[in-house]
Design a binder for this molecule. Structure first.
Ligand code: NI
Length: 172
């Protein structure tokens, strides 16, 4: 396994909708294993393939941060099939290191995806699991959490990043 380089905003690759996965082969398994290692090492609770520069529709997620093996999940070709309620809370993203900001999300989400062998399954989650699935599925559609903020909050975050860039404290 090896660590992959995480792409940071405003790299334009983050704005491109990813292509569906059609081959469930050894290369895909290798990519997924490397994505898990990269996510745990960051550390983070979710990582989409576009964030490591691979325009494929998949993400890895572990809302327990490696503590509960049952929460280690890869969702390939994810599709949101149900949403319910609202939640408010701070959200982060490995492509925006150190930035945590309030984003409104659905409280519950049902996402349909393929597993590593190409078998279809659905994950029904609330709170952090729902937030993470929605955030990562957005990445697969070329959407970053900045796009989900109100225009005012977006400006605040952009200004904060500009400051960090000027100080040489923002990775490119
Ligand atoms: Ni993210």
């Amino acid at each position: 396994m090896s660590l992959l380089k995480i792409v940071t905003w405003p790299n334009p690759i983050l704005d491109i909708p990813a292509d569906p996965v059609t081959k469930f082969d050894d290369d895909l398994k290798k990519l997924v294993n490397n994505m898990f290692e990269t996510m745990y090492s960051a550390p983070g609770v979710g990582l989409a393939a576009v964030q490591v520069g691979v325009l494929k529709r998949l993400f890895v997620m572990d809302c327990s941060g490696g503590k509960d093996p049952a929460q280690r999940v890869v969702m390939i070709n994810p599709e949101v099939v149900g949403i319910e309620g609202k939640q408010d809370g701070d959200e982060g993203c490995l492509s925006f290191p150190g930035i945590y900001f309030n984003v409104e999300r659905n409280l519950r989400a049902i996402v349909r995806a393929h597993d590593i062998n190409g078998k279809e399954f659905e994950l029904d989650g609330t709170e952090l699991t729902a937030r993470c699935m929605l955030h990562e599925t957005d990445h697969c559609d070329g959407i970053v959490f900045l796009d989900k903020m109100t225009p005012l909050k977006r400006e605040i975050v952009k200004r904060r990043i500009k400051k960090l860039q000027k100080a040489g404290e923002w990775p490119s």
